[in-house]
Design a protein around this ligand. Structure first.
Ligand code: CJW
Length: 818
């Protein structure tokens, strides 16, 4: 290779940025400057920022490759990155220079930023957590690489037509994506199909090779992940599937050109679209292909780099590498690492298992049975015959261990087997992940306790040392500094600017909580953010929110366990009170509900329609006026949350206790000064511990009470013994909200009365309404609310993903910071 001298670093001042901005506009994009379109302005600015990322990125890569330090890899089917431009400018500290440069041309940064599409390569919390973690790893100088799939189509765009969800494809790459760099030189080959062939190698050892396969190319596309003001730029490597020549050769030689191109399509389907399910598996073959594609390409990538630097000597591989599995989605990696070490690098089973089971770590994100992944053995065998052989061998050896610890306990062996026997035998992916990992963690204290006492109890008795908790967090760079610039400024001037990387510093706000000037400034910031949110709601929902009213918000995926329905029952309760004239000490409220339903989740879609219909009625009733507003926010996404969390007063976290593993939206609201109304579920429990019971509106059954109540749960008697609840149900039953669509809500309404209702909505109705009344009265007392709001922000330090990642590193990865 030729040696080319690198250029000196690019300037970060206004003049240097202006120079590059104009150069990219004219020379890269060929735009006529005087007539540049917004899209061109965005691209020119993004390229100018990218140039500055590039030199730091290169330096970080070289440092990581030459240091010989341990590295970690975050394997995830989802990375919900949102927009990159604002984040890059913040972390490189170039916002001021950019604004000055743009000012010369009368351009507003915000308008330019709005040209960028969200990278929506995730469903919800699990995908966004992965994105927050990458930001924290880079900020903490940790050598961590994210590995995922470069979906051509991300999370669908949600439109609301006649109150119902309609899905539109999200072709986010349509207008060229400036943040990725394709690295074809690192392309990997991923195999599918074929069969295992046994042979004896030159040393006389019996070995297996996987033959007659179809090969799909995995082409890496890298995105830069800048740390906050620390010169580190880490990498997110996303794989795109492409057809290999080997894939099409047969057809091509036979003169069947169109067939060969059709095959090419089939290979490329693997990275075509993100599955839009959150917390429920769909079991499609293509999904398993995606999972294996990610696992295999990523592991091959890491092994190839290892061999390049160390030769095929794996003695210290486990000391130097760690794979974090984001739920079971990439957990086939356990078997795939075994396969690569044995078949490609000729390690023995025992050596390969030592390495695998000391480099894999698994994070569980859910207890919901419908989300626990299982794949039919038959499908596995068809797609990945060699891998399934290995899974069976892992299971046989694992069950020997179980038999040794509990001799003769056949029932326990059946319960714990990685293969679930039955009419259609299944691979239990969580058990494969547990057997192959040295660390297994839940994502909030309660969640981990429930894993240990319930779902994974048997495994915990076998390997108690493997289980640990890592309460989730979110990055304060995106979720305060970038999305709430006015709050950022107020914080900087009150407690200094260290909070951005040491969020515990927010606790210093308690010293100013009684300071009149500070309190007035605090309220002004909140009011301005409410103004901004009200504008967005006006524009996207056509509903007018009065900024004097309490902004009461629930945004998250639509799921019965999250109980958007409970929130809606409260809205109908308030509406009924207004109609009855019971409006003493009334607190005007603007209720915002938003979120996507999985396209196949009929009940979730009905809930959206019901919210829309109630909104129609409430918003158009002259008796109601600004006492109550309800809007359904369409196409909820990262970029919308950036406006929503800053402008919220009351954060709705009302899941059935024991069902929401952690929640992370709850943390974003808290940091931005919203007060939570919530159940004792997920991280809500820890939020309440931090902020104190006086500053949190608690209601509902505990997880233990939910389970104890279940056997004799009688919603009908709860409803009939509560007059106001009965009135709410009567209004729904009467068809008041669906006068021209008779019967369409029967199924949803019936779930509330069903003694088998898993989410026990009726059980928490009364305590919820009472907690809402306490919140409403607290809001009327402006001084009290201001204190609560400040304290929520002040006590949110624990929920920085920097704290979470520091814990992952200290207790699981053990990386030196670079
Ligand atoms: O993970 C967040 C938690 C949140 C939890 C979410 C989660 O519900 O409480 O804050 C971060 O820890 N997401 C999933 N499980 N838990 C999840 C997401 C996508 C899925 C899936 C489960 C997709 C499939 C199956 C299960 C599928 O097959 O497409």
């Amino acid at each position: 290779m030729k040696k080319v001298q690198a250029l000196p670093p690019l300037g970060m001042d206004k003049a240097a940025i202006d120079q590059d901005f104009r150069r990219h506009l004219g020379h890269t994009l060929g735009s006529v400057e005087a007539e540049a379109e917004s899209r061109e302005l965005y691209e020119a600015l993004a390229l100018s920022v990218r140039d500055r990322l590039m030199e730091r990125w290169k330096a970080t890569r070289v440092a990581h490759e030459t240091s010989g330090n341990k590295r970690a890899y975050y394997l995830s089917l989802e990375f919900l990155m949102g927009r990159a431009l604002g984040n890059a400018m913040l972390n490189l500290d170039m916002e001021k220079s950019v604004k000055e440069a743009l000012y010369e041309y009368g351009l507003a940064l915000e308008d330019i930023e709005n040209e960028e599409a969200d990278a929506g390569l995730g469903n919800g919390g699990l995908g966004r957590l992965a994105a927050c973690f990458l930001d924290s790893c880079a900020t903490l100088n940790l050598p961590v690489v994210g590995y995922g799939i470069r979906y051509e189509y991300g999370m669908f765009r949600q439109e609301i037509q006649d109150g119902a969800q309609v899905e539109e494809p999200d072709h986010w790459l349509r207008n060229s994506y400036v943040w990725e760099v394709q690295r074809p030189q690192d392309t990997r080959h991923v195999k599918f199909g074929g069969r295992s062939e046994f042979y004896v190698d030159s040393n006389g050892a019996s070995r297996v090779r996987w033959v007659d396969t179809e090969i799909v190319l995995a082409v890496p596309h890298d995105t830069a992940i800048p740390g906050y003001e620390n010169e580190t730029v880490n990498t997110l490597r996303l794989w795109k599937a492409a057809a290999s020549d080997a894939f099409e050769l047969g057809e091509f030689n036979a003169g069947r050109y169109p067939e060969s191109v059709a095959n090419k399509n089939e290979a490329e389907h693997i990275s075509m679209v993100l599955y839009p399910n959150d917390s429920s598996e769909n079991g499609k073959e293509l999904r398993l292909r995606q999972q294996y594609f990610l696992a295999s390409a990523s592991l091959q990538d890491v092994l190839a780099q290892w061999v390049k630097n160390n030769g095929a000597n794996f003695d210290s591989f486990a000391e130097k590498n760690c794979f974090q599995l984001n739920d079971t989605h990439p957990s086939v990696a356990v078997a795939e690492l075994m396969r690569l070490l044995m078949d490609d690098y000729e390690l023995s089973w025992d050596r390969a298992w030592e390495i695998t089971s000391s480099t894999m770590a698994y994070t569980n994100h859910t207890l919901l049975p419908e989300a626990l992944e299982r794949w039919p053995v038959s499908l596995f065998r068809k797609l990945l015959p060699r891998v399934v052989d290995i899974i069976f061998e892992i299971n046989a050896r694992f069950l020997q261990q179980v038999a040794k610890k509990w001799p003769g306990d056949n029932e326990r062996q059946r319960r714990m087997s990685i293969i679930e026997e039955g009419h259609e035998p299944q691979v239990r992916m969580a058990y494969l992940a547990i057997a192959g990992s040295f660390s297994i963690n839940g994502v909030a204290a309660l969640h981990t306790e429930l894993l240990i006492d319930g779902l994974f109890r048997d495994f915990c008795e076998l390997w108690p040392h493997k289980f640990n908790n890592k309460t989730n967090g979110v990055t304060p760079r995106r979720w305060i500094a970038s999305c709430n610039p006015e709050l950022r400024e107020l914080l900087d001037s009150t407690i200094g600017d260290q909070w951005v990387t040491q969020l515990d510093q927010l606790d210093k706000l308690t010293d100013s909580v009684n300071d009149k000037k500070f309190r007035a400034d605090w309220n002004q910031v909140k009011l301005n953010n409410k103004q901004r949110l009200a504008q967005l709601v006006k524009q996207d929902c056509g509903v007018e929110f009065d900024t004097n009213s309490m902004f009461d918000v629930q945004v998250k995926r639509i799921h019965e366990y999250k109980r958007q329905l409970l929130n809606l029952l409260h809205v109908v309760y308030l509406y009924n009170r207004i109609k009855k004239g019971q409006i003493d000490n009334w607190t005007p409220r603007s209720v915002l509900i938003g979120g996507k339903a999985a396209p196949g989740y009929v009940m979730a879609k009905q809930i959206i329609k019901l919210i829309s219909n109630v909104a129609q009625m409430v918003n158009n009733d002259p008796d109601v006026g600004s006492k109550l507003k309800l809007a359904f926010f369409p196409n909820y996404r990262v970029t919308a949350m950036e406006v929503i969390c800053a402008g919220t007063d009351l954060s709705e976290q009302v899941s059935t206790a024991g069902k929401e593993a952690s929640g992370t939206g709850n943390m974003k609201f808290m940091m931005n000064g919203a007060v939570t109304i919530g159940t004792l579920d997920g991280a809500n429990i820890e939020i309440r511990e931090e902020v104190g019971d006086d500053n949190f509106f608690l209601f509902g059954l505990t997880a233990a009470e939910v389970e104890a109540t279940r056997p004799h749960y009688d919603p009908q008697s709860i409803i009939s013994s509560d007059e106001e609840f009965a009135e709410v149900m009567a209004l729904l039953d009467s068809g008041h909200f669906n006068q021209f669509e008779p019967g369409i809500f029967d199924a949803v309404i019936a779930t509330i009365r069903d003694p088998q209702d898993p989410w026990m909505t009726a059980a928490d109705f009364r305590t919820y309404v009472d907690a809402q009344e306490r919140a409403a009265q607290a809001y009327l007392d402006t001084e009290r609310w201001t204190t609560m709001s400040i304290l929520n922000s002040a006590k949110s330090g624990k929920f920085s993903s920097d704290r979470t990642i520091a814990e992952y590193n200290k207790e699981i990865w053990r990386l030196a910071d670079n």
